[in-house]
Design a protein around this ligand. Structure first.
Ligand code: 4NP
Length: 166
């Protein structure tokens, strides 16, 4: 828990323009719905820096909007301070988790890294959130389905393990 008394969660994907900004918006909406807005800080970043400063991919924004998510995040690259500033760092797939573990400077920092796939419950055929960048519409809808499922379970776990109350 940070000095501000908030629990800080950072979502990570490769480019920070599809999966992780969507995860950020889904989690923020769930935190808000549960009346826990003041108890959390949610952000996202990318392993790569190709899209720094960009809004999320138009396709991701178009698919997220009817579900009530406005994606306004500006892409940024993960930085070493993130391992200090955040309580939990959530990679979308095994490659993200490998990269994050390599960037971590200490075992304590490595312990902050988890994989989103471990919180998927309703879609047993998926153990990660697949990159939709080269996919069609179904790929983007699938990302949102998986994120809504996984964020709900992840939030339950965070609240339970950290005794977070309104
Ligand atoms: P994301 O998707 O990791 O879900 O944001 C990608 C977006 C862009 C690239 C790769 C993945 N890219 O190589 O530019």
């Amino acid at each position: 828990m940070s000095e501000t008394g908030k629990y800080n969660v950072l979502f990570i994907c490769l480019g920070n323009i599809c999966r992780s900004p969507a995860a950020q918006a889904v989690m923020q909406a769930m935190v808000d719905e549960r009346g826990l807005t003041d108890r959390f800080y949610i952000d996202s970043a990318g392993i790569g820096g190709w899209h720094i400063g960009d809004l999320p991919d138009k396709r991701m924004r178009v698919h997220a909007r009817p579900r009530g998510y406005e994606l306004t995040h500006r892409a940024r690259k993960v930085r070493s301070a993130d391992f200090e500033d955040f309580d939990l760092i959530v990679g979308m797939d095994a490659s993200n988790v490998d990269d994050l573990c390599n960037l971590a400077m200490t075992l304590e920092q490595q312990d902050k890294v988890v994989m989103m796939g471990d919180y998927i419950r309703r879609y047993p055929n998926y153990d990660h959130v697949p990159d939709p960048y080269y996919e069609g519409s179904e790929g983007f809808e699938l990302v949102l389905d998986l994120l809504e499922d996984a964020c709900d379970n992840l939030l339950d776990r965070i609240i339970e393990q950290n005794n977070i109350v309104k």
